[in-house]
Design a protein around this ligand. Structure first.
Ligand SMILES: NC(=O)c1ccc[n+]([C@@H]2O[C@H](COP(=O)([O-])OP(=O)(O)OC[C@H]3O[C@@H](n4cnc5c(N)ncnc54)[C@H](O)[C@@H]3O)[C@@H](O)[C@H]2O)c1
Length: 436
């Protein structure tokens, strides 16, 4: 079976490479010529643990190809995945222009039966819209003898462990109505039968909604624990222990109950906003998710106040920031709380030194007038306070004696609760975490 993946970003590149790892012949397409050139030279344009090896192995085996030629990729494939961006518009609704464009192109080049699958996260009913656009393009280019089925196959991988998540997912969701498409997609995911991954076949709107409901629920857990953290600070409770004890209840589960600066990244912020927006179009308010979004925005401001409370007036102060990606093990800085907090600190007159193990190049495109450093200790040197914004492993075991000596003031604001408050005070720091 030949598969094309259109859009070779965090999702498309992982999806394409991992299908190739199953032994399938995959062509990854992107309109970014530089990205395709780099991939064809063996370079991986993103930081994603384990991905480089999978790409290399499958390119060498001749199963994984990279091209900008969407026409040949479409024509040589039975299954075509759409994995292009679905960014938010200013009102929070989803910009479907990338998806629409790809759908039109597919229709214009159709040369036989195809299954076109939305892997991008798309509002409910978008996959049917893709079908309409393809059919219109088929008609406009006089190709009525060809037909296609559509399906929704939302992606649940997490950046930072994307390869592992794709190869060993908790579940695979396929929304499809055409028996032929269902059979083809079942066959495509057959290698996962071996490890008994549940394959959930649903209607198309159900599959589309599963993705939003899942992300919104996880975002809810984060905003929930952040509000409990805020309360903990006022009543002298420790949110770390609250979350731990809550999480031991099997009905609650311990994951996504870490208090911090709020969720970020390329998915939760836009997907929660999108769910609120498109629900409204169907006449339904998502009141819980609306509150989750508002709490998340407030949380970033609270982090800045927290820093100010410990450092004092921020005007003219030098603040060191450790971590810029929205979470560890990725170079993705899209909607990263760390980036937002740096900008808010700058707005209040602070000078920023920062370091991230992998996300500096991406951060340089977003941040201005910031001193980028070589490591955590350079960041600490001469700073009036150190903010731990993203919990990369290398920030979990800092040489604290060295950090204290380098800092102008022994102040640490730990937005990820990596360190123990009592121990930090014993070591001579003015320290605060979140909700402790
Ligand atoms: N990043 C994640 O962790 C994640 C997880 C699950 C789902 N998703 C969803 O997957 C989709 C893609 O996300 P991403 O993070 O991979 O985005 P990305 O920005 O990393 O990659 C998208 C790629 O598509 C390319 N592209 C855009 N228009 C194109 C066109 N017309 N033809 C060919 N290529 C085109 C871009 O050049 C880019 O390389 C989004 O809908 C996102 O919500 C992302």
């Amino acid at each position: 079976m030949n598969v094309a993946v259109i859009g070779t970003g965090y999702v498309g590149l992982v999806t394409g490479s991992c299908f190739a790892e199953f032994g399938i012949n995959v062509t990854c397409v992107d309109k970014d010529e530089d990205k395709i050139k780099r991939l064809n030279e063996g370079e991986i344009p993103i930081y994603e643990p384990g991905l480089e090896e999978v790409v290399r192995r499958n390119r060498n085996a001749g199963r994984l190809h990279f091209t900008t030629d969407v026409r040949s990729a479409v024509q040589s494939s039975l299954v075509i995945f759409i994995a292009v961006p679905t960014p938010p518009q200013p009102d929070g609704s989803t910009d479907l222009s990338y998806v629409d464009q790809v759908a039109k192109t597919i229709g214009e080049h159709l040369n036989g039966y195809k299954v076109v699958v939305t892997k991008s996260t798309v509002p409910v009913k978008t996959t049917h819209r893709v079908k309409r656009i393809i059919d219109e393009a088929i008609a406009a280019s006089g190709r009525e003898r060809f037909r296609c089925s559509v399906a929704s196959n939302p992606e649940f991988l997490r950046e930072g462990s994307a390869v592992e998540d794709f190869m060993r997912p908790d579940r695979v969701v396929v929304g499809a109505e055409d028996p032929e498409a269902i059979a083809i997609l079942r066959d495509l995911y057959k290698p996962l039968n071996l490890i008994e991954v549940p394959l959930i076949i649903t209607s198309i709107p159900t599959a589309e909604l599963i993705k939003y409901a899942s992300n919104a629920f996880l975002a809810t857990k984060i905003s929930f624990i952040n509000e409990i953290a805020n309360l903990s600070e006022e009543v002298g409770a420790d949110v770390h222990q609250v979350a731990k004890a809550m999480g031991l209840d099997g009905r609650i589960g311990r994951k996504f109950l870490h208090a911090g600066p709020g969720y970020g990244g390329s998915c939760f912020p836009k997907d929660t906003l999108s769910l609120v927006q498109f629900s409204r179009e169907f006449g339904v308010e998502q009141r819980i998710v609306s509150a989750v979004v508002a709490v998340n925005e407030d949380q970033r401001n609270r982090m800045v106040l927290k820093i100010e409370r410990l450092v004092g007036e921020l005007e003219g102060k030098q603040i060191g920031v450790l971590g810029l990606s929205y979470k560890p093990n990725t170079d993705d800085v899209r909607d990263s709380p760390a980036i937002d907090i740096v900008q808010k600190l700058q707005d209040r007159g602070a000078k920023i030194k920062c370091f991230d193990p992998e996300a500096m190049d991406n951060a340089k495109r977003l941040l201005k007038d910031v001193q980028f450093c070589e490591n955590a200790y350079d960041v600490a040197e001469g700073s009036d306070g150190l903010v731990l914004a993203t919990e990369w492993n290398e920030f979990r075991k800092l040489d604290l004696d060295r950090v204290r000596e380098l800092l102008a003031e022994p102040v640490i604001v730990d937005l990820r609760n990596v360190y123990e408050p009592a121990e930090m005070e014993r070591q001579g720091f003015r320290y605060t975490g979140v909700g402790r």
